[in-house]
Design a protein around this ligand. Structure first.
Ligand SMILES: [Zn+2]
Length: 389
């Protein structure tokens, strides 16, 4: 037995006006200071005024939100008693909103207790809306929650199907002005989500089509969104939608080895953003998987009209196309090019290998690497291009 879970989506131009038709009394908006400065929180509040809904803004979410921040937000929610919770921002704000909302509904829980196996019985007090302001994480589309515990420097990957937002509002107005670098870093993550979810052991009939459509959209529109920014509204809109479409495959399918490697290297070399560092591992892991005769890369290559007479040629064509895309959007093709110093990389090697071995996403890969192969994958990604197993 398997499940497919997703929110109601409201997308396209003026999608934000959906808020004006909400029924309710009080909304609690979870976001960060930057989003407030951009005027986005005010834009949300204006729509809520039209619906006669009062609102309060909590703008204290930091990148990689901590459990302490989540607890503070949940306390503020308990005092305000909202019947809507709104996560507004990138993945950090949306994930923090999910976790705060769960603790508001269930003050008896600790954040680390949020898991997919226990019934949480949410929605007794409020419902959840997520509104992304970047086009990449796809957190608005799924139930995943990533928090950090600064006490022992570990990332907590949490979630519950019940934490899937009730409504996701994907309004391209929020991403129209995204800086070029953030557009590239977050947009390329959409490709990693789609390709990994299509090739992982949880891939299924319900997610395959979403993966392929997201891949097609990234290749067609990400170079345009990076090159032309706000001047190409169509590309912005398509990338916002592609991110949410790929977001649905997280949880309903899963990401795999490139993300496990990206988490492990990204946890140490924090100067390289998630999307950028994970993408470097994408062609490396495709070759690792394809060289064992595994994966379904030919389908993707055919979709992109690349040479793909068989799996081997399809995988090779796809890898070439990904490197070409990296070039078009000025993403690094190796960890060395991403600015990670060789000596520091070498020193971090044992810890990175350990983290990959323990990352749940490693187990989603159709080919699970031995420890010695993890080291080779890391070295290949450091140098870029050639991979031989
Ligand atoms: Zn990702």
């Amino acid at each position: 037995m398997w499940f497919f879970k997703c929110p109601e989506f409201c997308f396209g131009e003026d999608a934000l006006t959906r808020l004006a038709s909400l029924q309710g009394k009080r909304a609690f908006i979870v976001t960060d200071e930057n989003i407030v400065e951009l005027g986005f929180a005010t834009a949300v509040q204006e729509q809520l005024v039209s619906a006669n809904i009062q609102s309060q803004v909590f703008a204290e979410v930091e990148p990689d939100p901590s459990i302490q921040t989540v607890k503070r937000g949940a306390e503020a929610m308990l005092a305000y008693e909202p019947d809507w919770v709104v996560g507004l921002g990138g993945g950090s704000s949306m994930d923090a909103a999910k976790a705060m909302w769960i603790l508001y509904e269930r003050p008896d829980l600790e954040p680390a207790e949020i898991n997919p196996f226990d019934e949480l019985n949410l929605r007794q007090k409020a419902r959840l809306i997520c509104i992304p302001t970047t086009a990449g994480t796809g957190s608005e589309s799924n139930y995943g929650i990533v928090l950090t515990d600064p006490a022992d420097k570990r990332k907590l990957t949490l979630g519950s199907r019940e934490a899937t937002p009730d409504l996701a509002i994907v309004d391209p107005a929020f991403t129209a002005q995204l800086p070029r670098q953030i557009t590239a870093d977050t947009g390329i993550d959409v490709l990693s989500h789609a390709i990994e979810a299509y090739n992982c052991t949880w891939a299924n009939d319900y997610t395959d089509g979403l993966c392929l459509q997201a891949v097609r959209m990234v290749f067609a529109y990400l170079p345009r969104a990076v090159a032309h920014g706000a001047d190409d509204f169509e590309a912005r809109e398509k990338m916002a939608n592609a991110a949410s479409i790929a977001g649905m495959v997280l949880g309903n399918s899963q990401v795999a080895l490139a993300h496990a490697l990206g988490h492990s290297a990204g946890g140490i070399f924090k100067q390289v953003p998630h999307g950028r560092i994970t993408a470097v591992f994408l062609p490396t892991t495709i070759q690792f998987i394809a060289q064992a005769g595994l994966g379904r890369y030919r389908d993707i290559a055919q979709l992109l009209h690349l040479p793909a007479r068989d799996e081997t040629e399809g995988a090779a064509s796809l890898v070439d196309a990904i490197y070409q895309l990296f070039g078009d959007i000025e993403q690094p093709q190796s960890l060395a090019a991403a600015g990670i110093p060789a000596a520091e990389f070498e020193e971090a090697m044992p810890l990175m290998i350990e983290h990959v071995d323990f990352d749940a996403n490693t187990l989603m890969s159709p080919r699970i690497p031995e420890t010695s192969e993890v080291e080779k994958l890391l070295l290949y990604a450091y140098n870029g291009r050639a991979v031989d197993f």
